[in-house]
Design a protein around this ligand. Structure first.
Ligand code: ADP
Ligand code: MG
Length: 725
């Protein structure tokens, strides 16, 4: 097995064929490095070895450690297979001098050939009483001499069907043996020494095969440290053009007196079209943007604001001012529904200004597309709104100065870069554009620092005036009358209702949306699907008279748009959907939202969803329906009922999810982390990134080493995923 590297596919390892490859892919494991980085999410500690005689079931139960026992003993009856029926379980006794216990194995007849009378063994299992006798069913058993010192802390991996923790352990062992020496450290020497960190190879060895829980805990901290450095620093190094002097156009003259009075007049008129005054936070955010647009240093700004806080208005005004100054501005939206909505809002604002925006979607008719492209190329279209369709190679801009991305994490970094870098001049400078990102996901500040690095942020916290607080209630039974009553009261008053479900059909979950917490809901019978809900609504005596419709991501784009339009126009009264409405629909007449199986969603998602209501002047209600009795689920529901602060909820979300969460991180637009917990490890992350930045800026040998290892390890760890997110 020569020439196997960390970047090689897992199938290059002995024992991993196409079937295993497919299963590993489900765990996001493609390369040998991925396998090594797939550290256990917890450990079973079997190192507390006891005796049969001292084992007291009542005592164990009281201390909450369950009925588990590890012990060493001698096989005292012959492990032989029952000849009359091979289906019968294999049973034999083991004694340890203090007592004896019966071991019973189902479907494990092969063990009879492996063990014989008198063998010294190590056993771990759950003790039960059978006819007053102590027994263990299917315990772990191994000959005592084969148990290595470090084998008693057992790694437990997040798994998918068909892959066991033992499989992973075996493969990781081989992977580390073959390629472990290629792992490079991304931690500054001084920090490594101060904290007593070991080599990356040793760290991974200890994470997968720890001698004690304490050792596992210690190396997890090291790996978390490294992971967050990779993310925080690597993200920056990885973005093309890093370190190159970038120049953007000065959009707004620094001396306002030099602005043409006619343009100034048009600007006042457009502001009049708004029909309301900007909130203080909107005004501040827009001022931030204007200041950035006066500079030739490309703007790199994030506008964070809760749903409905009025970010889109700030974006729209920024685009229009750019257009008034004769330059082009682009607004990228993740979905055509959202793009269309932005287009409408902005069209209204631009009324009678002599300019009009253009909208380019994937499904725009070819002839129309051609015309829009021409107008983009000759500069007659200056406010350009669209989806991914804008990122194709055959679009050329006359004078692009500003790119705004809505909910940027749904665009690949690479994709956005296509728009950001235009020309490299002979002197090596790069002509870039001003870059503004709007996000409604309230990212905790500390987290934003790691993800966005040196981005400036403007935060919009205030809600526009006249909004009513949304009242949120927790409903602990799907059969509760309260659900139907709430809907019926509002519907009979002419208002509309959203119902959100965690899955589409029996076995189908919304793909591409990682909103679930806990286990995936595929095939989970207890989760109410969109289609089941539709049937229920149609059969409820108080509700069946109102028109309802379903909405989910995999519907045809045309049908989706039509459904949303009919909901906005009031033709459809009850919209039953998945999280697709999280971004998109703006219907001020919809004032009730029922979220079924609310425990299946993260707090951030729930908050985003809830932001769809409370957009008009009527009282709004959100009902969180969940039959879960889990402590964490209840805490999350309580938090939702008590708080409407997206930032506080996001912090709490990270805290409650805890380590080992598969789904949480991607919601924030970053790839799955293996070792780090974004909540608890945030402090060390910022520290570490600052330290590394300082070293790299200072230059020298250590800087070169870090640069190189971070680049290489980032490539292995995140690069592929960057293209996907
Ligand atoms: P966001 O993009 O942050 O979700 P929007 O910009 O879409 O929020 O604004 C939500 C709604 O509030 C829109 O209907 C918009 O017209 C309205 N709105 C925005 N700013 C104000 C304001 N300052 N005063 C009153 N209404 C506003
Ligand atoms: Mg919006």
């Amino acid at each position: 097995m020569a020439n196997i590297h960390l970047s090689n596919p897992v199938t290059d390892l002995y024992g991993i064929g196409p079937a295993a490859e497919e299963k590993l892919a489900k765990l996001d494991i493609y390369t040998i490095y991925d396998l090594i980085a797939f550290i256990p999410w917890r450990y079973d500690d079997w190192s507390d070895v006891g005796t049969i005689g001292a084992f007291d079931m009542n005592d164990r139960f009281d201390t909450g450690t369950g009925y588990d026992l590890s012990f060493r003993g001698t096989i005292s009856t012959n492990p032989s297979v029952n000849i009359t029926s091979r289906k019968k379980p294999l049973s034999f006794f083991v004694t340890d001098g203090t007592g004896r216990i019966k071991l019973t194995f189902f479907n494990s007849q092969y063990l009879a050939g492996k063990f014989s009378l008198g063998d010294e063994c190590f056993i771990h299992g759950t003790v039960s009483l059978f006819n007053g006798q102590m027994q263990m069913v299917n315990p772990y058993i191994e000959k005592a001499e084969k148990i290595e010192d470090n084998a008693l802390v057992r790694p437990v991996y997040h798994l998918t069907a068909g892959v066991t923790s033992n499989n992973i352990s075996k493969w990781v062992k081989t992977a580390l043996k073959l390629c472990g020496h290629e792992l490079m450290s991304c931690i500054p020497q001084s920090i490594a020494e101060e904290r007593g960190f070991v080599s990356p190879l040793e760290a991974y060895e200890k994470a997968h095969f720890p001698a004690s829980l304490e050792e596992a805990r210690k190396v997890r901290e090291q790996l978390a440290y490294e992971e967050l450095i990779l993310l925080g620093i690597g993200m920056k190094l990885y973005s093309a053009g890093h370190g190159i002097k970038e120049i953007a156009e000065q959009v707004i003259p620094s001396d306002p007196r030099s602005i043409d009075p006619q343009i100034a007049a048009k600007w006042s008129q457009i502001k009049g079209n708004l029909g309301f005054a900007l909130t203080n936070d909107q005004t501040t955010a827009f001022k931030d943007v204007q200041t950035d647009l006066m500079s030739t240093t490309p703007m790199n700004r994030l506008i964070q604001g809760d749903v409905g806080s009025g970010k889109t208005m700030v974006a729209a005004l920024s685009m229009i001012i750019t257009a008034l100054m004769g330059k082009q501005a682009v607004l990228l939206s993740p979905t055509s529904v959202l793009a269309t909505q932005h287009y409408k809002t902005i069209s209204k604002l631009m009324q009678n200004s002599g300019m009009e925006p253009v909208l380019l979607l994937g499904k725009t008719k070819p002839s129309e597309k051609q015309e829009i492209k021409e107008r983009i190329a000759d500069g007659s279209a200056r406010v350009i709104i669209g989806t991914h369709a804008l990122l194709t190679d055959d679009i050329s801009f006359k004078d692009l100065a500003l790119v705004i991305a809505d909910e940027q994490h749904r665009f690949g970094v690479k994709q956005r870069e296509k728009l950001l870098f235009k020309d490299t001049a002979v002197d090596g400078t790069v002509k870039s554009v001003h870059n503004l990102i709007m996000t409604a996901t309230p990212i905790p500040r500390t987290l934003a620092m790691v993800i966005y690095g040196d981005m400036a942020t403007s935060v919009i916290k205030q809600k526009p005036m006249g909004r009513q607080e949304i009242t949120t209630w927790f409903v602990n039974s799907k059969k509760s009358k309260a659900i139907e009553e709430m809907m019926s009261v509002k519907l009979s008053a002419g208002e509309q209702v959203y119902i959100v479900c965690a899955k589409i059909d029996k076995d189908e979950t919304e793909s591409g949306l990682d909103n679930m917490v806990g286990e995936p809901v595929d095939g989970d019978e207890s989760v109410t699907s969109v289609f089941e809900m539709k049937k229920m609504v149609d059969s409820m005596s108080n509700l069946s008279q109102y028109s309802s419709a379903v909405l989910y991501g995999s519907m045809k784009e045309k049908d989706k748009l039509e459904t949303m339009e009919r909901f906005i126009s009031g033709d459809i009264k009850i919209l039953i959907s998945t999280t697709v409405i999280e971004v998109g629909v703006d219907n001020p007449n919809a004032n009730v939202m029922i979220i079924m199986d609310a425990d299946r969603f993260g707090l951030s998602t729930l908050h985003q969803l809830r932001g769809r209501i409370g957009r008009g002047d009527k009282k709004s209600f959100c009902l969180l329906v969940s039959e879960s009795r889990s402590e964490i689920a209840l805490q999350r529901m309580k938090m939702m009922c008590e708080s409407s602060d997206g930032f506080a909820l996001a912090e709490k979300d990270l805290e409650l999810r805890g380590p080992g969460d598969f789904y949480g991180t991607r919601q924030h637009g970053i790839p799955t982390l293996r070792a780090a917990n974004l909540y608890t490890d945030m402090k060390i992350a910022t520290e570490a990134c600052e330290a590394v930045n300082k070293i790299i800026e200072a230059g020298g040998e250590e800087a070169e080493r870090l640069n190189e290892s971070i680049r290489q390890m980032f490539e292995l760890r995140f690069a592929r995923k960057m293209e996907q997110i």
